[in-house]
Design a protein around this ligand. Structure first.
Ligand SMILES: NC(=O)c1ccc[n+]([C@@H]2O[C@H](COP(=O)([O-])OP(=O)(O)OC[C@H]3O[C@@H](n4cnc5c(N)ncnc54)[C@H](O)[C@@H]3O)[C@@H](O)[C@H]2O)c1
Ligand SMILES: [Zn+2]
Length: 341
């Protein structure tokens, strides 16, 4: 390789391509050649400029990745150049109240790699070994870029404590909602997915997930018919829309659990009377823990996650900016990967 390249976010709606800042791995670090990097909703929030107070520009984005180790730093054992890896992109301080309580993934001073520190959308990337997650050689690297969003879904389904046979409504069929539907179904749940995009509903149907369109279908009536008037045991709010919150409350039966996954930039109105009346529970779910990540590797490798249906497009590094624009315009896409090699 002549010069390693990086894509950097410099200002709202602006990504620039230029030389990567190559740093030889120090003690406890490895250098990776990222192969594929997925673009996620949070990357789009950054692209819009909505996270400018948090993101230091110029910023290399990217936290859904796969690649191979190119060099190991002094004292690194157990990892070799050529090893296939992804990263769990979280670094914590280890001594805040959240960490001490055992919830390092939501550390009060969390460094989310790819947002708070440089990410993977570049051809060489130096990271600490603690964040590495090993990938099986049998898993193609493009598919492996789906491990991180799958880990989100595994964590969410775990937070909602979904049990076999329970009826689950997923509100919002973007990449995360689709993955929650797949993970819940693999655990024996009966899933219905609500999504307004026809393209995304068709992808869900091809995955074997039943869908409703909240714009035309009478959701209350459909849920009533499906559950014999009882309502669902679990709902996931993954749309980020005010209407999605209302729906996620309305579909629940007595003692139902609503798992809040989407990021809402502002407070939303919620029907607390319904919470009182039906003894509902609201549970938040953020990111993932190690065990979620390791489970996600298995689910992507064994085909529970149908990568071919989720990955709509793979673009070279030079076309990353255009890919952000496509996602931004809400085209007929689910997941776009950037190929770094
Ligand atoms: N909790 C976490 O740690 C975590 C991790 C990753 C992403 N997220 C958040 O989860 C959300 C989903 O992520 P994504 O990548 O799938 O985003 P996305 O924007 O691609 O998906 C949201 C989907 O909801 C649909 N939608 C909008 N309004 C709707 C409504 N009223 N009813 C039904 N569907 C509706 C949209 O058409 C879209 O397909 C985002 O808010 C993202 O920021 C949270
Ligand atoms: Zn901490």
């Amino acid at each position: 390789m002549t010069t390693a390249l990086a894509v950097r976010y410099t200002a709202a709606h602006t990504l620039e391509i230029g030389p990567a800042s190559i740093r030889p791995p120090g003690p406890g670090e490895v250098e990776i050649a990222p192969a594929y990097v997925g673009i996620c909703g949070t990357d789009l929030h950054i692209f819009h400029g909505s996270m400018d107070t948090r993101v230091k520009t110029p910023a290399v984005l990217g936290h859904e990745m796969s690649g191979r180790i190119t060099r190991t730093g002094p004292g690194v054992t157990g990892w070799q150049p050529g090893d296939a890896v992804t990263v769990m992109p979280l670094r914590w301080d280890g001594d805040c109240p959240a960490c001490v309580a055992g919830h390092q993934h939501i550390c009060q001073h969390l460094d989310f790699v790819g947002i708070d520190s440089p990410g993977a959308m570049q051809q060489r990337w130096t990271v600490p070994v603690e964040i590495l997650v090993r990938l099986p050689e049998s898993l193609a690297l493009d598919r492996a870029a789906l491990v991180e969003p799958t880990a989100v879904a595994v964590h969410d389904v775990g937070r909602a404590a979904v049990r076999p046979g329970e009826r689950v409504v997923v509100v919002g069929g973007g990449p995360i909602g689709l993955l929650i539907g797949l993970v819940a179904r693999s655990g024996g749940a009966d899933v219905r997915l609500l999504e307004i995009s026809e393209h995304r509903r068709s992808i869900a149907e091809r995955m074997g997930l039943s869908t409703w369109n909240p714009v035309v279908d009478d959701v209350a009536e459909a849920v009533g018919a499906w559950t014999g008037g009882a309502g669902a045991e679990v709902s996931f709010e993954v749309s980020g829309a005010a209407g999605g919150v209302t729906t996620a409350v309305d579909v629940l039966g007595v003692r139902g659990r609503l798992c809040q996954v989407a990021i809402h930039p502002r407070p939303r109105e919620i029907d607390l009377h319904r919470f009182f009346w039906r003894e509902l529970t609201l549970v938040g779910a953020r990111l993932y823990e190690r065990a979620d990540f390791e489970r996600a590797v298995v689910l992507v490798a064994d085909g529970t996650v149908p990568a071919d249906l989720l990955i709509s497009k793979v673009v070279p590094l030079a076309e990353a900016a255009a890919a952000f624009d496509t996602l931004d315009k809400g085209g007929d896409v689910v997941k776009i990967l950037v190929r770094c090699a």
